[in-house]
Design a protein around this ligand. Structure first.
Ligand code: 0PR
Length: 373
């Protein structure tokens, strides 16, 4: 029991989600926790043993495919958005076998694309954004050449939650005969449940693959990421033979991998259904609106009108505010261009959390004796 006490002590040092407004993760849904426990010993790296878990993974991929307008999408559940992005670009690269390959990503792309450049020896070209921080399709087009193996659009940018003009990127992809990957790690389980839907998924003909992470807005247990491809050809391009295992080959990046994310993500989506997910997403959007109004009343101005449940406020003192809040065990994040504080309004952010946060930030503003701008 001393061991458990020791563990508890470490765990107590962690900050509870009720004081976190700067994370794309959240408290797993209660049914996700139950499902996770049931699958705790599963290993999808050996699907011959975990036959049921493997079958469940296929069902989850189908469910995610249905949400993203392509029930026959092929893919698997991985460790998160980083692995999903790696695998998409790796597949594009392998299919083209170009000498000195490059990809074109928005300047707003998640830093996983810098890892991709390094790992896959692919040049990562960064396209300019417009004044609303969406990628500029003309800039994307100007960076494409005959060594370009794919382009990337983001549906729910990490910093601002902005959605790139995927429809236009899709047209460019078709015109140039290259693949388009959509990083919807965050937005993939937000946009489909919003009232105002922008086209971003397989509905658009030029979209070859999508990253969608249940461990973000899907309220699954970590790790649960998702990579979906339009057809099996893209998975085949990742295939490695596994002669001594129960399966002939595998196309995942990791070998041993948990079934817990599969079970927890599937349980949440089945339990809540489309309607239940919609309610949660809409509540997050309502809470975002409340935070925005409260912050505006304090003199802050949003960088862009929030598109989804992420909102950033311009301030020269972003780092100082973050630091002071951190001293009081509150977590927010910051962005640097423009200087701003960033709030992610996940399902654990209730009205009570918001009012606690606002009174704390009022105190911080007094202490550092600055106006927000
Ligand atoms: N693509 C996008 C658009 C993302 O925002 C992220 C992560 C990824 C890919 C990579 O996903 P994984 O981290 O699952 O590999 N975005 C979050 C961020 O950087 C990750 C995160 C989540 C960071 C929770 C902190 C945190 O508390 O904000």
């Amino acid at each position: 029991m001393d061991i458990l006490k020791e563990l508890e002590e470490f765990r107590r040092k962690d900050i509870p989600y009720s004081r976190v407004l700067g994370s794309m993760c959240t408290v797993p849904h209660p049914i996700a926790i139950k499902a996770h426990k049931m699958f705790i010993e599963t290993n999808l790296g050996d699907p011959g043993i975990f036959r049921g878990t493997r079958e469940l993974e296929e069902k989850l991929v189908k469910l995610l495919g249905e949400i993203l307008h392509h029930p026959n999408a092929k893919g698997y559940v991985c460790s998160g958005g980083t692995e999903a992005n790696i695998q998409a670009i790796r597949s594009f690269r392998n299919l083209r076998r170009s000498d000195k390959p490059n990809i074109v990503v928005p300047k707003s792309a998640h830093f996983s694309f810098d890892k991709i450049g390094d790992l896959l020896c692919v040049e990562v070209r960064k396209a300019e954004l417009d004044e609303e921080y969406r990628v500029d399709p003309a800039s994307v087009e100007s960076l494409i050449d005959d060594r370009t193996v794919g382009i990337v659009g983001i549906a729910g940018t990490t910093e601002l939650g902005q959605v790139d003009p995927i429809e236009e990127l899709s047209k460019i992809a078709i015109e140039y005969g290259i693949d388009l990957h959509v990083d919807a790690a965050f937005g993939g389980l937000v946009i489909p449940f919003m009232d105002k839907i922008t086209k971003f998924d397989f509905e658009l003909e030029g979209v070859s693959s999508i990253t969608v992470d249940p461990h973000k807005m899907g309220m699954a247990t970590i790790p649960a990421g998702g990579i979906l491809f339009r057809d099996e050809r893209y998975l085949k391009a990742l295939e490695v033979m596994t002669p001594y295992l129960t399966s002939r080959s595998q196309w995942t990046l990791t070998g041993t991998r948990p079934g817990t994310g599969v079970a927890s993500a599937y349980a949440v989506l089945r339990y809540l259904g489309f309607e239940g997910m919609g309610k949660i997403v809409k509540r997050c959007l309502r809470m975002t609106e409340i935070v925005k109004e409260e912050m505006e009343a304090l003199g802050f101005e949003p960088v862009i009108e929030p598109i989804m449940n992420i909102v950033c406020f311009k301030t020269e003192h972003a780092e100082k505010i973050k630091e002071e809040l951190m001293k009081r065990d509150w977590i927010i994040s910051t962005i640097s261009n423009p200087k701003a504080i960033r709030l992610v309004i996940m399902p654990h952010v209730t009205e009570e959390v918001i009012s606690n946060f606002i009174s704390e930030i009022k105190d911080v503003l007094k202490i550092i004796d600055v106006r927000p701008q």
